[in-house]
Design a protein around this ligand. Structure first.
Ligand code: ATP
Length: 361
């Protein structure tokens, strides 16, 4: 197991493409860190630099305090699990898992012991003779995990390992990988563009955009205290609603004659923005149709779309020309075209600078 330190790392392709910019953080032993962000933000490049598959342009990488920028992949003691599993059609499950160990000249006995051990952990004991085309997607994914596990690496590197699976299997494998980590405790860096995977699996999340870290924190921290509008909008599903408005006389005012009373505990922070433009962010679950609780912060709206997911109803509407999303109890029976009042729980509201997008504490 290992700790990993990234010291101001940059990756440039050719002269003009900066894929990763000033990546700086330390990952502790046994952590499960998820790099999350939209396509092209530099997540896979980051992972490949840790594996040694991509050269670091600038900055230093340390694994267990050892400088590894120039260490070749096979000597880094990391194991990578890829999105497409990279299984060979002619090889059975046992041989897939044994392959790397044979190359490293392990004894037959040791190879057998390690493969059986990993296959028991992954529930693959009965499939060792099968070839990939006789395995389900989930089983193939387990083989890819097993192949990484048998070498007892210090670090697991996982690049979107669940993205080829259907929705139900994804959820199942997500839990399996989490359990596996609880059991093996191997330091893991996991790359995904799926914020739900990040929220559910990570001990810490690194949110990235355009090659730059936007925020590092526990799932709870990034959800409850997003540092900017990008993180606030990216983490959470459905996404946070943003309203542009201004602070006036202890209220947030937007559109025509809509004003929400600021909670007492926020007034000190916000009074210096009096009269200025500001962005209010509110999560869908902090909007309510039970109005008695929100007499000073409600807005009349017409529902454009109502989606029933089962456990909740998602309501889409607008204030002025600004879009709003609310999640409410499905038993509310609110449907498209209904005119309702929505209560804003202002104690849960977030505020951001309109230009920089940065959080106002
Ligand atoms: P995705 O989720 O789509 O895989 P990502 O966040 O993993 O995206 P990267 O694959 O790391 O993003 O790519 C980051 C940036 O670097 C992108 O702009 C990409 O086009 C660029 N890039 C990646 N590899 C190369 C390469 N070999 N040559 C030139 N540019 C590259």
């Amino acid at each position: 197991m290992a700790e990993i330190t990234f010291d101001h790392i940059y990756k440039r392709f050719h002269e003009d493409i900066t894929a990763v910019s000033d990546f700086h953080m330390a990952i502790a032993d046994e952590e499960f860190v998820v790099l999350v962000g939209p396509s092209g933000c530099g997540k896979s490049t980051m992972l490949r630099m840790v594996a040694g598959l991509e050269k670091i342009t600038e900055g230093s990488l340390f694994i267990d305090k050892k400088y590894v920028n120039n260490v070749v992949p096979k000597d880094r003691d990391t194991a990578m699990v890829f999105q497409n599993y990279a299984l060979y059609p002619h090889m059975n499950v046992f041989d897939h898992m044994a392959f790397g160990l044979k190359l490293q000249n392990f004894s037959k006995r040791e190879i057998k012991a390690r493969v059986y051990n990993a296959s028991r952990t992954l529930g693959l004991e009965d499939y060792l003779e099968r070839k990939p085309n006789a395995l389900s997607g989930g089983q193939q994914q387990r083989v890819a995990l097993g192949r990484a596990m048998v070498s007892n690496p210090r670090v697991f590197l996982m690049d979107e390992p669940l993205s080829n699976l259907d929705a139900q299997l994804r959820v199942q494998m997500r839990t399996e990988i989490t359990k596996l980590h609880q059991q093996l405790k191997t330091t893991t860096i996991y790359v995904t563009h799926d914020q739900t995977e990040a929220m559910t699996m990570a001990s810490r999340i690194v949110v990235m955009k355009d090659g730059c870290i936007q925020q590092i924190g526990t799932p709870r921290e990034v959800y409850l205290y997003p540092e900017n509008t990008f993180v606030a909008g990216f983490i959470g599903s459905p996404s946070m609603t943003f309203l542009e408005g201004k602070i006036q006389d202890r209220h947030f005012c937007c559109a025509d004659q809509i004003s929400f009373k600021l909670p007492e505990e926020r007034i000190d922070d916000l009074k210096k923005y009096e009269g200025q433009a500001i962005i209010l962010g509110i999560r869908p679950e902090d909007l309510h149709y039970d109005l008695d609780a929100w007499p000073d912060s409600k807005a009349a709206v017409t529902i454009d779309v109502a989606e029933l997911t089962g456990s909740e109803a998602i309501l889409y509407t607008t204030i002025g020309n600004q879009e709003i999303t609310a999640t409410v109890n499905p038993r509310s029976n609110i449907t498209q075209g209904d005119k309702i009042e929505l209560g804003f729980d202002m104690s849960k509201a977030h505020f951001f600078h309109p230009k920089s997008g940065k959080r106002i504490p």
